[in-house]
Design a protein around this ligand. Structure first.
Ligand code: FEO
Ligand code: CA
Ligand code: CA
Ligand code: CA
Length: 559
């Protein structure tokens, strides 16, 4: 890693070296959330970049992980694989995050993987299509299988001869499941508990400046239902699709939080101060005084973008949660003490945080088109947020929103919002979801056209074919263009892009291949092409010349 860091500094140019800030965060992790200032690119570098031949893949319906020229992949782990004598890898892998065990060795470390959801047909042989009668519920045994297959995994992985492998039975290997006890990081109980049952719906996530994993609870209502309030503030339980609440007494209020996991021992906590909603991700930034700023989006039609600013160093508890008014460029505090509208409606700050969606509307937050992943541009410090779509508002293709905080200060309370790039045929992508900046500031992006609408003649997604991975190069002839570099197997979505610390591997999840399968004997996908023919969510390592050249880790031939 030291070698790569030196090369990276060389690339930035001698002239800029004196003023350059390369934070340890950047070099310890390919995914930076700390901007580099005063970046300079030499003319020579520009010339060489012209020689990177980026092949824009044509959209395809092929049932395979198809990669553009200059990329290759190998499988790291897939659903059902044994990680230890006690545990197996969960279903529908999403967010991945790699933290090296020794910061001087980028080829050995702990990989966190979210398990967002389950396809009941594969996981517990429950065919939802057969049971529209509400009396036909999953059995407790089936629910237990589902609870086991959500949450997350910690696995030690090591790169040997260019291939990442799981270190089976490593003492760090463990599962966090729908049943693992998790503490609430809050001073009062929620629905009578300070420790709750498990985590689920873990979609995307993040990393803390103190090197722990962040995993975000998104569509928890599908498993535990939701509490709705009428105009008289009377609560009603809206039942879940999976019916877990028939067997376990866990209220919806225990879910929809940001979860932090200690890589070393798997202990976890839920950060109540960051609010409760369908958290897609949580992207942290550390201020000079070690206070923390955390951005998070609520992935639901017309929901909101949030920012927490801590009042104490390294705290995700003491501080203020704000919600975005993107029309007027204001962060609005969700603070019970100072907001009369909140004081009128809710009994205390805890209730404001539990019912953050309602609180946001009372203070005038802007409804957005399903905010998904959030990344901070390492070069400019601008914040990029994917807005995946909002079908009732006729936004089928989504866009990427850009936020520029006033004076570049992450704790500013005003900002400028603009659309960076719109989805659609002109830009070649639809339904943007995950984002990742690489070491050189190229932006990688995945798409999430829902499997039920993909490749359907009566839906507007035909031109885009299968979900894909794209890169928006920062420099060179293709700068700013959206280039398709990988295409997913049938029904799948590519999720959780995360770069290894040396910048040479892109960890990526292949989530829900064969999701539209109605008959397990005749699945719609066979990826990853195991002998049993069953499609399996899989984590892969993508490598190759293209990544190395785009990150200046490899000499590009001069013309
Ligand atoms: Fe789980 Fe918003 O994607
Ligand atoms: Ca997502
Ligand atoms: Ca991301
Ligand atoms: Ca999505």
């Amino acid at each position: 890693m030291k070698y790569d860091r030196r090369k990276f500094i060389e690339f930035l140019g001698k002239a800029s070296l004196g003023t350059l800030i390369i934070p340890p965060f950047l070099v310890s992790c390919g995914n930076t959330t700390t901007p580099i200032k005063n970046k300079q690119i030499t003319d020579e570098t520009f010339k060489r970049l012209k020689n990177i031949a980026l092949e824009n893949l044509a959209p395809t319906t092929k049932d395979d992980l198809v990669l553009t020229k200059g990329l290759n992949y190998h499988t790291i782990i897939k659903w059902g694989d044994s990680i230890s004598d006690n545990d197996t890898f969960g279903f529908n892998n999403d967010f991945t995050c790699f933290i090296p065990l020794d910061k001087n060795n980028p080829k050995d470390g702990l990989l966190w993987v979210n398990h967002e959801s389950v396809n009941s047909l594969f996981v517990c042989d429950f065919d939802e299509n057969k049971y529209d009668n509400p009396e036909k519920q999953r059995t407790k045994k089936q629910v237990d299988l589902e609870l086991y297959n959500v949450g997350g995994s910690i696995i030690r992985i090591t790169e040997i001869n260019g291939r990442w492998q799981v270190v089976h039975n490593d003492p760090h290997n463990r599962r966090i499941t729908g049943k693992t006890p998790i503490k609430l990081n809050w001073d009062t109980t929620i629905k009578g508990e300070s420790t709750v049952m498990g985590t689920n719906s873990n979609c995307s996530g993040g990393i803390t400046p103190w090197n722990t994993f962040i995993s975000c609870e998104e569509n928890y209502d599908g498993f535990w239902g939701e509490t709705r309030y009428d105009e008289n503030n009377t609560a009603t339980h809206i039942p879940s699709d999976h019916g877990w609440e028939h067997f376990y007494n866990a209220p919806p209020e225990h879910y929809g939080w940001v979860v932090e996991i200690n890589p070393k021992d798997g202990t976890a906590q839920k950060h109540v101060a960051l609010g409760r909603f369908s958290h897609e991700c949580c992207t942290l930034y550390e201020l000079a005084d070690q206070r923390v700023v955390a951005y998070s989006g609520d992935d639901s039609n017309d929901e909101h973008l949030y920012k927490f600013i801590s009042s104490k160093p390294n705290s995700l508890k003491e501080g203020t949660l704000y919600v975005a008014d993107t029309i007027n460029g204001k962060w609005l505090p969700l603070d019970w003490e100072t907001q009369p509208a909140l004081k009128d409606k809710f009994k205390d700050q805890t209730e404001v945080l539990i019912r953050a969606r309602e609180a946001s509307k009372l203070v005038g937050a802007t409804p957005l088109n399903r905010p998904e992943d959030i990344e901070i541009d390492p070069i400019t410090g601008h914040i990029f947020i994917t807005l995946t779509n909002n079908k009732p508002k006729n936004d089928y293709n989504g866009s990427i929103l850009k936020i520029e905080e006033t004076n570049g200060a992450f704790d500013a309370l005003t900002f400028k919002a603009s659309i960076y790039k719109a989805g659609g045929e002109e830009n070649g992508f639809s339904c943007p979801d995950n984002l990742a900046f690489d070491m050189a500031g190229n932006l990688w992006m995945t798409s999430d056209i829902s499997s039920s609408a993909m490749n359907k003649p009566d839906k507007p997604y035909m031109p885009f074919k299968n979900n894909s991975l794209f890169v928006i190069p920062r420099y060179g002839e293709d700068a700013g263009k959206v280039i398709r570099v990988a295409s997913a197997p049938t029904d799948a979505e590519l999720t959780g892009p995360w770069f290894s610390p040396d910048g040479k591997t892109l960890f990526l999840s292949v989530q829900h291949p064969g999701d539209e399968t109605k008959d397990i004997k005749n699945p719609t996908s066979k990826f990853p092409f195991d002998a049993d023919g069953i499609p399996k969510p899989t984590v892969v390592a993508i490598q190759g010349d293209l990544i190395e050249k785009m990150n200046f880790l490899k000499q590009i031939e001069s013309s």
